[in-house]
Design a protein around this ligand. Structure first.
Ligand code: GLA
Ligand code: ZN
Length: 672
């Protein structure tokens, strides 16, 4: 289901149950402030279970009715949450199975929030019951816009029920114990299981090093959560089939394969808390945030997503929580829109007086007034989003895709080789994303299961683990005219983590046209070098010794015992080409190399010659194109436009040059 609302959404988490005794004052004031700040949506009910069901089976929706009615009366839409992110104490006491067990097999005590067992039949039943009631009660309510299921679903549980489900999952995947033993290489260390019942989840008091067990457990934990999401959403889908469902995700959170979670919801949404510094380091913060936005759009088929949470000022949980310098909140909001979000939402609307998040930024802070810089800046975002309303629902149409795959990440996290525990997969993918962004390309992030047919270029760094059929998919992509850029540590293991008994990158040998003979791990004082097109570049951390089969070497190492061995090659394959980079380099080479590849292949950036600090993205509404020029630097930059464009906020025409002030975003549209 595709979500669409005719405006960009502006709002955030609203927890009025913290002010149950001040309904006549604070609740009323909240609505007035929300209107003043240009807020058109509030997310309610996220942590409301103990007010909605104060005792087992005793429900009280009267206060929520009032909240929903207040929202409707003020023209505010509700992102209505199911309360499963946190439980009331009575529930844990009466149904202890709802609590998780640690990997050391100790049951958790009640406390905190995101700590439920997703295999507990009691929890499934209680969640379904309350969700059914919520859906029945509000199905026709004019405020209801969308379902927000739970909160930041995360992590695993090692209780006996989860173990049982894990074994069922293993049986379904492997069929027989002999097959599992073969796939997990259990002939080593005498680890051959005789039946599935002997298998336990990974633990530091048990098995913690077999990579196949670790990967299976991570895959199972995602599948078990997805199963829980289906249980949780079943009443919502049945009773309100036209109301879309979202779950707020956490960008590169290692515990879940979000590409799978994305298939269980209609709209992706995520919680964005960058560590803005207010100085030149914000450029790096902005580039990393851009990567996360693109990833969060990618996990739900590149559809418009929501920035469900962000802080309207400082957060409270970083180690140091600096203020946001003026303009940062607008930049943070418009950057989300630029990358495909249809919303700017905050945590939270009004700060509580106590509790663990009392000092977290809020639209209405602890002064309880609108007379704050934060409020004024939020209201400024509200006015900006009104002017940009034509953008809502528009899509991205990027020609360049970048591979980020949770299975690869997991496999590398657990791989004992090269830099154990620090293979830098995420950092490496981010470094390619940054290079592409700085060159002026919009980027889609995909995993090995995604459709590649809409792209002209795929950049796939460190594609260490190849799932069944992925090698063939890449071949089809390139032979059909696509360009693949891949790197060191690609194609080493199959989806069971078994090596191929052949030189790497075994499934990609034909495509890359190279053999990798050896792979070196460099420490942080050892570097290699190579020259290319008159420049000398540095090699760090990983260097492969490559023999070309059919590939043409483009650059070779100049030092160490592998001097003269190629480290950058190209291979023609069918209608397309495959570039292979055998070494980890600094950002300068990624920039120069990708510029060269794009030029060779005729894939043009959205804007040429961007000044340092500026990135650009595009969204399309039918024939209409919106360009977002983002300057994350601390000084003004000027971009060159090939044609005159309108600045959407001011409706002024920009000819040839357009100035972008420090830490700000220009939204442009083509002249009609
Ligand atoms: C997360 C949670 C919110 C809140 C914020 C604070 O994203 O979803 O409930 O705790 O962090 O930054
Ligand atoms: Zn469990």
């Amino acid at each position: 289901m595709r979500f669409h609302y005719p405006e960009l959404l502006h709002g955030g988490d609203y927890n009025p149950e913290q002010w149950m005794e001040q309904k006549d004052t604070i609740w009323k004031e909240d609505m007035r402030y929300a209107r003043e700040a240009g807020i058109n949506t509030l997310s309610v009910g996220i942590f409301s279970w103990s007010y909605l069901e104060p005792e087992d089976g005793v429900y009280d929706f009267s206060w929520m009715d009032e909240v929903m009615d207040n929202l409707a009366a003020n023209g505010i839409k509700a992102v209505l949450a199911t309360p499963s992110g946190a439980r009331p104490p009575w529930l844990a006491k009466k149904y202890p199975s709802v609590l998780r067990m640690t990997e050391n097999r100790l049951p958790n005590l009640y406390g905190g929030r995101h700590n439920a067992c997703y295999s507990s039949p009691d929890y499934e039943r209680k969640v379904q019951e309350i969700n059914t009631r919520l859906a029945e009660r509000y199905k026709d309510h004019p405020a209801l816009l969308m379902w927000h299921v739970s909160n930041e679903y995360n992590n695993d549980c090692h209780c006996p029920r989860c173990q049982e489900r894990f074994r069922e999952w293993l049986k379904a995947r492997y069929g027989t114990i002999e097959n599992l033993n073969r796939c997990w290489w259990n002939g080593f260390w005498s680890h051959r299981f005789t039946c599935f019942e002997e298998i336990e989840s990974p633990s530091s008091i048990g098995e913690s090093v077999n990579p196949a067990l670790l990967l299976s457990w991570r895959r199972f934990s995602t599948d078990n959560l997805v199963r829980f999401i289906h249980t949780e959403t079943e009443p919502l889908r049945r009773i309100t089939p036209d109301v879309p469902v979202t779950a707020n995700l956490m960008h590169t959170f290692p515990g879940l394969d979000y590409f799978k979670v994305g298939q269980a919801i209609d709209v992706s949404s995520w919680d964005n808390y960058p560590a803005w510094t207010g100085d030149a380091r914000d450029l790096a913060v902005s580039l990393e945030t851009a990567f996360k936005h693109d990833l969060m759009r990618g996990v739900c088929d590149q559809k418009p997503f929501l920035m469900m949470e962000s802080s309207p000022s400082a957060v409270n949980w970083h180690t140091i929580n600096p203020l946001r310098k003026p303009g940062t909140i607008l930049y943070q909001g418009l950057q989300a829109i630029a990358h495909g979000s249809d919303s700017v939402q905050y945590f939270q609307f009004r700060a509580g007086r106590g509790g663990s998040e009392q000092y977290h930024g809020a639209v209405i802070d602890r002064t309880g007034t609108a007379n704050t810089r934060t409020f004024r800046e939020v209201a400024e975002v509200g006015s900006a989003l009104k002017k940009l309303r034509a953008i809502s629902g528009s899509e991205t149409r990027n020609e360049v895709a970048l591979l980020y795959d949770w299975n690869v990440r997991w496999a590398l996290d657990d791989a004992w080789m090269l830099h154990r525990g620090n293979q830098k997969y995420e950092e490496t993918v981010l470094s390619f994303h940054t290079a592409l962004s700085k060159l002026g390309y919009g980027v889609d992030i995909v995993d090995e299961t995604c459709d590649l047919s809409r792209y002209r270029v795929l950049v796939a760094p460190m594609a260490y683990m190849m799932r069944e059929g992925f090698g063939e998919k890449l071949k089809a992509f390139v032979s059909g005219g696509g360009t693949l850029v891949t790197t060191y540590v690609s194609g080493w293991v199959n989806e069971e983590l078994l090596t191929y008994m052949d030189a790497d990158p075994s499934p990609l040998q034909e495509l890359t046209g190279v053999h990798v003979d050896e792979c070196d791990a460099l420490d942080d004082v050892t570097f290699g070098h190579f020259s290319w097109k008159g420049h000398r570049y540095r090699v760090k951390e990983v260097a492969e010794l490559v023999t070309p089969l059919t590939a043409t070497p483009l650059a070779s190492y100049t030092d160490r015992f592998y001097a003269c061995k190629p480290c950058f090659t190209v291979n023609d394959f069918g209608e397309g080409s495959c570039y292979y980079l055998g070494a980890r380099t600094d950002a300068d080479f990624l920039h120069d190399m990708l510029k060269y590849v794009m030029n060779e292949e005729g894939v043009w950036p959205l804007l040429d010659d961007l000044p340092d600090g500026v990135t650009v993205t595009a969204r399309y509404q039918g024939e209409k194109r919106f360009l977002f020029a983002m300057n994350a630097a601390m000084d003004e930059k000027t971009i060159e436009l090939p044609d005159a464009m309108h600045e959407v906020m001011t409706d002024k025409l920009c000819y040839e040059h357009c100035a972008v002030p420090p830490l700000s975003i220009r939204v442009l549209r083509d002249e009609e």
